[in-house]
Ligand binder design. Structure first.
Ligand SMILES: NC(=O)c1ccc[n+]([C@@H]2O[C@H](COP(=O)([O-])OP(=O)(O)OC[C@H]3O[C@@H](n4cnc5c(N)ncnc54)[C@H](O)[C@@H]3O)[C@@H](O)[C@H]2O)c1
Length: 295
């Protein structure tokens, strides 16, 4: 069984029909937020079957999150606004797998990219990649475009909106529409809200206007077409092989969230390379011995 959202698996199946969950051979999970929920369910001792964490497969982290979300998030912002990104300050909140991709693509489009983080390692990585790193309150004053991609809630809120420049654009690429505190934004819009383009709502904060894209929903899905097929083929291949693994080796794994076996990852990457006509090297027997012996 493959479900695309942990919330569905957790709430619909485990909450309403735990006996059915018990009979499942397992599931595969695509999203970061879905895995968070499934792990929470497991901590509570309520997860009844194994879940293979497709979201954490190597192929998924690199291709889906970095290249898929990176490109399609920019695509959504551009389709919704037709902005020229070159010369703008583009703020990425959350420099995880997806945030990295968004930051790289924004830089590629000529924007000055600012990263906001709460994790020192991720922040250091962003800095060493050459991005400016700032606390969100300071970035709020500087940004022309803001993208939240943390998986958390209320990442941009009242105190940030109050500091933003006239004309700033707000978008979310993280799971769900809670990363931007929309209640706070509505509360500040003393001059009203009007739709200025099909996917752009303009909030008038008494003279300063903030432009919200796609109602704060996931912008690459709401304003563009999501990940390109050439990324999803890799994801779906990992799902298919992971599902096969659960069927071919039933009940080998207990309830819990488990990694996708690395050999499946390698197999999918090998097939993708073949489809691209790319060949690679193999270890010689001597290299293999050297890398696997202890002395
Ligand atoms: N739009 C899409 O197509 C798409 C694709 C993949 C993932 N996602 C979603 O994007 C979100 C992030 O996924 P990920 O895989 O990059 O997660 P991740 O855990 O790799 O990265 C999230 C990063 O955000 C940082 N962070 C958390 N709270 C923060 C805050 N308040 N301010 C600044 N930084 C903060 C964390 O330190 C972390 O580095 C999730 O909700 C995920 O479901 C969306």
């Amino acid at each position: 069984v493959t479900l695309d959202d942990g919330a569905d698996l957790a709430s619909v199946l485990h909450a309403t029909r735990p006996e059915a969950a018990e009979r499942m051979l397992g599931g595969t999970e695509e999203t970061t937020t879905g895995l968070l929920r499934l792990r929470a369910l497991h901590e509570e001792g309520r997860l009844r079957c194994p879940i293979l964490a497709v979201n954490e497969a190597r192929t998924e982290r690199v291709f889906n999150d970095r290249f898929g979300t990176g490109q399609s998030t920019l695509d959504g912002i551009l389709r919704a606004t037709n902005l020229l990104l070159a010369g703008r300050t583009f703020v990425v909140l959350g420099y995880g797998n997806t945030g990295r991709g968004v930051a790289q693509r924004a830089r590629g489009a000529g924007a000055s990219v600012v990263v906001c983080e709460i994790d020192p390692v991720a922040a250091l990585e962003a800095r060493m990649e050459g991005f400016e790193v700032l606390p969100a309150l300071r970035a709020a004053e500087r940004g022309d475009v803001f993208v939240t991609v943390t998986g958390g809630r209320g990442v941009l809120r009242r105190e940030h909106f109050e500091r933003m420049k006239d004309g700033a654009v707000l978008a979310n690429a993280g799971h769900f529409d809670v990363e931007l505190d929309l209640d706070a934004l509505r509360g500040l819009a003393t001059g009203g809200v009007r739709r200025v383009r099909p996917l752009v709502e303009q909030y008038d904060l008494g003279g300063r206007r903030l432009n919200l894209l796609a109602g704060g929903r996931v912008v690459n899905l709401a304003a563009a077409e999501g990940h390109p097929a050439a990324v999803m083929d890799v994801s779906f291949a990992v799902h298919a092989l992971a599902a096969e693994e659960l069927v071919v080796h039933p009940r080998e794994l207990g309830p819990g969230v488990h990694p996708v076996p690395a050999r499946l990852d390698r197999e999918v990457a090998r097939l993708k390379l073949a489809s691209l006509g790319v060949e690679i090297d193999e270890l010689t027997a001597e290299q293999e011995r050297y890398l696997t012996s202890w002395g």
